[in-house]
Design a protein. Structure first.
Lengths: 320, 320
DNA sequence: CAACTGAATGTAACCGTTTACATCCGAAGC
DNA sequence: GCTTCGGATGTAAACGGTTACATTCAGTTG
């Protein structure tokens, strides 16, 4: 049976003749190698775990896509698990993957150093994706949320807007918090007083964007510009504004975040902050693969993916 | 070590005292069960394989979401693999999952009975998702593509349109073919002559929709209605029409397919055919789980998920 | 022709669990 | 005090492969 194993794995130790002989018999018997057994013996599963807070929306699917794309080229699979993870669930999810993956990509605000020490105790390969990363013991990739939001709001301020509202992302969300931080910093740097009345709540859904816009319209001195913390909310706001007969960008300027494919197809086309989400997944996966394949490298990497302003019609900067 | 195993698995054969004793020592030693070894011994991986043609676009991410949602409730994971599968790649992908999953969900037009017999030889649990399914030996779930397209085109015809164009989906795609079939049947039943000049090519992308619309506008006797085989193309067409100064729905009526979330937020809101994609994933996963958990049931199930017309402004049926 | 090669094949331990079966042990029955 | 009994624990054989090491077997050498 050693020879069979070697033949199947194309080892150079078997002659071409035996290899073919084995192949022929295997075919006749309908033999197929058992992946699980193989990885038990080799201690390599060629699988990476992907832990996501949820699978909803374009963002996550794009991330997964990027990950799978890079990973499958080198013969790896993705074992995905999406749960809105509170600490205990997250830990359980990690544990359940423990003998099935070579490493994990973790996207969860809930991940704490304590969990890591207790369940990952020591050198289990992990790359954090878009996490607050309280723990510098892990590699992590993030989006330039702060910078992107800052650029957007500065752009709106440069267009002459003095009262700029924000529709915030989901409470407790890392991206949301960073984008808010960028908004506030840009406001301050533009010499604009912070005003919590124009910091509307939201949760990244179209509906919450529409609601915030309606609330804004009811204000006595309503803002002349809105920065929505993602495109879905921006599009929701756009629909609400149109319904109320308020013209974008003439009466209210609007900017989003994420630059989803749809952004360029709404009317007016949505000014947004572009993030190459698929690339984020790719880079993260590549980093994890490097840890798995390459020699142990103690260096921890913290990488930030740029977010670039894309100016379209909804902010009013463009003619026609 | 048998006792440890029993303690970890909460077997009723160990006393509470030993169970706690084991737990304490496990904690001190940082012991965690090895999933791979466990599944080798039990011959259950609690994992299902999901084979997709690609991961691009809202459709696939929604399907995965539905699958993962149902599957995780019963403690299963998803091992996903997305490759544009030609026959050989598909077979390789299945083989590579063979000892790692309890069953697979397969979404691929390339799946043939021959592959199945060669690599699945016999009773490996499979559920086909939106496949042409040449092989009645498998359970399969599909979308009512034909019926949905038929309803849409009949609707347009009832609004008085005589020349109705279609922007087709990707060549070789099963959904695309079915939607085309529905379009043609509806045309015929409405007493409208088929005309290959108004059957435009497309590939499900926004850009291809825009191109088809531009080509249509250049025609001497241009159609008064367009049925795009998915919403992305419809939105692309919408953008092209607007650019050309052609009003929707006044000059050209437009309908899409899929009813993606964005459909209601474009202007005018897009008439479409609604399919609950997430539910498609859920149902498929539930079917596979039934095969895995329940007793072997020889009955093969072919299920079709309904597709329902959603009338919005873009078709011109609604006032204001 | 015996000893020495080195490539090809065979043997058996191991990967980390589960589980059928054997064993142990204390309480109850005689 | 010696069986009997049943519940808790221990033993060892799987599960299906990989791989270090031992062995075989030609084909050289001296």
């Amino acid at each position: 049976m050693a020879t069979v194993s070697r033949a199947v794995n194309e080892s150079s130790l078997v002659t071409a003749a035996t290899r073919q002989h084995v192949a022929a018999i295997a075919r006749r018997l309908g033999y197929m190698p058992h992946g699980g057994a193989r990885s038990l013996a080799t201690r390599r599963t060629h699988t990476i775990g992907v832990l996501l807070p949820d699978l909803y929306g374009e963002f996550f699917s794009e991330v997964i896509r990027g990950i799978d794309l890079t990973v499958r080229d080198v013969g790896y699979h993705c074992l995905v698990s999406s749960a809105r993870h509170n600490g205990a669930q997250l830990e359980a999810a990690i544990r359940s993957m423990l003998g099935r993956v070579d490493g994990v990509i973790l996207m969860s605000p809930e991940f704490t150093g304590e969990i890591s020490r207790r369940t990952l105790h020591g050198g289990f390969p992990v790359v954090l994706l878009n996490c607050p990363s309280p723990d510098p013991a892990f590699d992590s990739l993030t989006i330039a949320n702060y910078e992107g939001a800052y650029d957007m709001v500065r752009h709106l301020a440069q267009l002459g807007h003095r009262r700029i509202a924000i529709i915030q992302g989901a409470a407790g969300n890392f991206d949301a918090a960073e984008r808010l931080r960028g908004y506030r910093a840009a406001m301050r740097d533009a010499g604009l007083a912070p005003d919590s009345d124009v910091e509307f709540a939201g949760d990244f859904t179209e509906e919450s964007g529409a609601e915030a816009a309606r609330a804004m319209l009811a204000m006595p001195d309503r803002p002349t510009a809105i920065f929505a913390a993602n495109d879905c909310m921006a599009i929701g706001a756009l629909a609400a504004l149109r319904e109320a007969g308020v013209s974008v960008p003439d009466q209210v300027a609007l900017g989003g975040f994420d630059d989803i494919p749809m952004a360029r197809y709404v009317t007016p086309a949505l000014t947004s902050v572009h993030v190459d989400i698929s690339a984020l997944g790719e880079r993260t996966a590549a980093r994890l693969l490097a840890k798995l394949e390459g020699p142990a490298d103690a260096r921890r990497i913290r990488d930030t993916l740029p977010a670039t302003l894309v100016v379209r019609r909804s902010c009013g900067a463009l003619q026609n």
